[in-house]
Design a binder for this molecule. Structure first.
Ligand code: R5P
Length: 310
């Protein structure tokens, strides 16, 4: 028996997955006490193949804790197997001591937390670095949104260029460029702080071309803004398209992203998008893919078609 539980982070996505699977969500009660959170399952999950749907958008620590509590409650209640479906896994950008020798490796801390609990398997989408999968002892099904974003982009004007807004996105940009039969360029980016980045150089010719910027995530929008201004300086013309897997959109992102000539901004619904306030945003639904993956896991089928190819 497949059972599905939604944490508090993204009930709309959980509902869409349940609908696609043709099952009802197992009800839970999430109570926020002044000093802690209490979760209680409101129906039996004994013997169930249970999927907990809980991305970790801001505040990530609260959503992570809720996921751990749900897994604990489910395990104590006799679920046969517990899979955490975490389409966006917060802290995964902190995959090394990039900020110097006194920096924490947050992705490893999160992996240790998820490993130490009752979770048997983790399903996630587009980790910032694929190598983060190896931080976990728990098996991770690392899926990719590339085919969904590519399909949602549809046909792109022939005078476009696919742009990696930093060198970390170069492989992704190369895949989009090959699929769309377009040239590719890459921006050289330096991050100064969490909210400040500078673009120092561009590899590739963008003169007279419309940028299609692709990335794994947008948080403050600084990376996209720096890329667009460097591209304009280098002679890129016309409207800008942006496609990214995770639209985290911090509070200032809508104003940072406005006025850049962005005509389309595609992000998946790995996190709730309703209140993003970002102009020209198009949500790309993950529910069908996640429902198919859950069905595949339950039936013991290969998930190779969905796995990250980065
Ligand atoms: C960084 O390496 C990522 O791929 C994104 O480019 C970055 O996280 C986006 O963050 P922001 O929108 O705050 O610049």
């Amino acid at each position: 028996m497949v059972a599905l539980i939604s944490g508090g982070a993204h009930p709309a996505l959980a509902g869409a997955i349940a609908q696609r699977l043709g099952i009802e969500l197992t009800p839970v009660r999430l109570s926020h006490y002044p000093d802690a959170e209490v979760v209680r399952l409101e129906a039996s999950v004994r013997g169930a193949d249970l999927y907990l749907i809980q991305p970790t958008p801001p505040p990530p620590e609260a959503h992570l804790m809720e996921l751990l509590l749900l897994a604990d409650a489910a395990s104590r209640a006799g679920a046969a197997r517990i899979t955490a479906v975490v389409p966006y896994l917060g802290y995964s950008r902190q995959d090394r001591r990039a900020g110097g020798e006194r920096t924490a490796v947050g992705a490893r801390v999160v992996a240790n937390m998820l490993d130490s609990g009752a979770i048997d398997r983790i399903v996630t989408v587009d980790l910032h670095q694929p190598a983060v999968e190896g931080f976990f002892s728990t098996p991770v099904e690392h899926l990719e949104a590339f085919p969904l974003l590519l399909e949602a982009l549809g046909s792109v004007p022939a005078d476009s260029v696919v742009v990696a807004p930093d060198l970390g996105a170069a492989k992704l940009a190369d895949r989009f460029a090959s699929a769309l039969k377009l040239p590719m360029a890459a921006v050289h980016k330096t991050r100064l702080t969490g909210v400040e980045v500078v673009a120092t150089d561009i590899t590739g010719d963008v003169r007279g071309l419309r940028p299609v910027i692709v990335d794994d995530m947008i948080t403050t929008g600084s990376t996209v803004r720096a890329a667009v201004s460097a591209l304009r300086e280098a002679g890129a013309a016309g409207t800008v398209t942006v496609a990214a897997t995770h639209g985290i959109f911090s509070a200032d992102a809508p104003s940072l992203l406005s006025g850049l000539g962005i005509e389309r901004l595609l992000v998946t619904d790995s996190v709730p998008l309703e209140s993003s306030g970002v102009a020209h945003m198009e949500g790309v639904p993950l529910a069908t893919m996640l429902a198919d993956v859950i069905r595949g896991l339950h039936d013991g089928h290969s998930l190779e078609a969905y796995r990250s190819k980065r």
